[in-house]
Design a binder for this molecule. Structure first.
Ligand SMILES: [Fe+2]
Length: 426
């Protein structure tokens, strides 16, 4: 039986299907563009290729193509042979993901990986900051992510994807120097790896290395397909550093050409959260933001996320609605966000944004502190959740409590002490 690059049996005898599948998996794991067409080629070469259909479904999920993913999963299910337990659990993980059953998907994935740890397509679902562990809403999920990738690491040898994936965990648990070194190893093996470039940028950010980060990231980004899943998000990172260096022209260039909803081809969760975050962080840094941008983003949030429940999204949608003065939409989020995996925090943060918009700094302080308690449960990266850290500093400055704000930076984000995220902080 033919096998993939990780020696997993593929249950196909078509070399063409295998080659396209392996190429598609590499593009998918590297967060590069083109995985969908490779998986389409694979199943065209062998219509009975269950793993090819499953991978096509997974890649379409990441393209926000729900109907396409459902169709591919139906093919995988229909062609699944009797008694192939690992094929069955592989497909089941994706079915549970698509059905909105993340807790069940995580449980199935863990059981599957216990016997097939080198099934990277399944391991990928659980890894990084937007994965099943990242968005579990659980206390200690950063440590859980590290334990997860550490348990897989010995099974993979010197593999660029596994090194990348473990380095993400290291970065988010607070070991950015170790993460940076591991990302360099991964990039030396495969430069065209957007996830490694992404979290090398995170590692440099966490170490306050603004100039080195800008140089590395802008150089890497020049060769990245703008249809790649994190093209907009990597431009968000670049814009953050442009903000830090005071380069307004570079900042707006990144926003206007790659981050705004009208131009970004990434996932809606990235487009909304990145845009809300960068606009508010720019305001905190002292930049004037055209209210039309907040209105555009609020409308985008309402259209893309008519229902609450994704707590990381809800916390950012509330910010967009509050800044746009869209009171009804903001109140809807406050009323409904409690249903999310970290709903208690999302509701408090939404109330904090309401208070910020009303310039009620006392109430904003109380709600933001309540929402920030253990904010790892919201998911996303530390760099993304700095929105909350810096917002609280900005609120405290409004109350004339600058010493407290500076203490917060020193105590909670010591690696960023050299940064100037909030006007008037230093
Ligand atoms: Fe990021």
């Amino acid at each position: 039986m033919l096998k993939d690059r990780y020696d997993n049996p593929l249950h196909t005898e078509s070399a063409q299907a295998r080659d396209a599948y392996v190429a598609g998996v590499d593009l998918f794991l590297a967060v590069d563009y083109g995985a969908v067409s490779q998986f389409e080629t694979a199943v065209a070469a062998d219509p009975g290729f269950v793993l090819g259909h499953a991978a096509l479904a997974r890649a379409r999920m990441m393209d926000a193509d729900g109907p396409g993913a459902r169709a591919a999963l139906a093919e995988a299910r229909a062609r699944r042979p009797e008694g192939a337990a690992q094929l069955h659990s592989h497909v089941t993980v994706f079915e549970q993901l698509l059905a909105g059953q993340p807790a069940a998907a995580l449980e199935t994935a863990r059981a599957h990986l216990a016997t097939q740890p080198r099934d990277a397509m399944i391991a990928q679902c659980c890894s990084s900051v937007f994965g099943l562990i990242g968005f579990s809403g659980r206390t200690g999920r950063e440590a859980e992510l590290l334990a997860f990738t550490a348990s897989l690491l010995p099974h993979y040898g010197d593999d660029w994807w596994m090194l990348t994936t473990h380095a993400v965990s290291l970065c988010e648990i607070g070991q950015p120097a170790a993460a940076d070194a591991m990302m360099d190893r991964a990039l030396a093996m495969k430069w065209q790896n957007a996830q490694a470039a992404h979290f090398k940028a995170h590692s440099l950010y966490e170490q306050g290395q603004t100039e080195a980060g800008l140089t590395f990231l802008n150089d890497w980004l020049a060769g990245y397909d703008r249809r790649g899943l994190v093209h907009g998000h990597l431009n968000w990172h670049s814009a953050l550093w442009a903000l830090e260096t005071g380069d307004e022209a570079a900042f707006w260039h990144r926003i206007e050409t790659a981050v705004r909803p009208a131009v970004c081809q990434g996932l809606p969760i990235n487009i909304l959260t990145d845009m809300a975050s960068i606009l508010y962080r720019a305001e905190l840094a002292g930049m004037r933001i055209d209210p039309a941008l907040w209105h555009e983003l609020s409308a985008y949030a309402s259209a893309q996320f008519p229902r609450c429940g994704q707590s990381f999204v809800d916390a950012h949608a509330a910010l967009a609605h509050a800044m746009a003065g869209e009171t009804a939409e903001l109140e809807r989020v406050i009323a409904e966000a409690g249903s999310g995996f970290a709903g208690d925090l999302a509701v408090e943060i939404a109330k904090a944004w309401r208070a910020v918009a009303a310039r009620d700094w006392q109430a904003a302080t109380q709600h933001m502190i309540a929402g920030m308690a253990n904010h790892e449960r919201l998911g996303g990266s530390r760099a993304q959740r700095d929105l909350l850290e810096f917002a609280l500093m900005g609120i405290l400055l409004r109350l004339g409590r600058g010493d407290e704000a500076r203490n917060l930076l020193a105590l909670r984000r010591p690696g960023l002490m050299a940064m100037h995220p909030v006007a008037g902080l230093h």
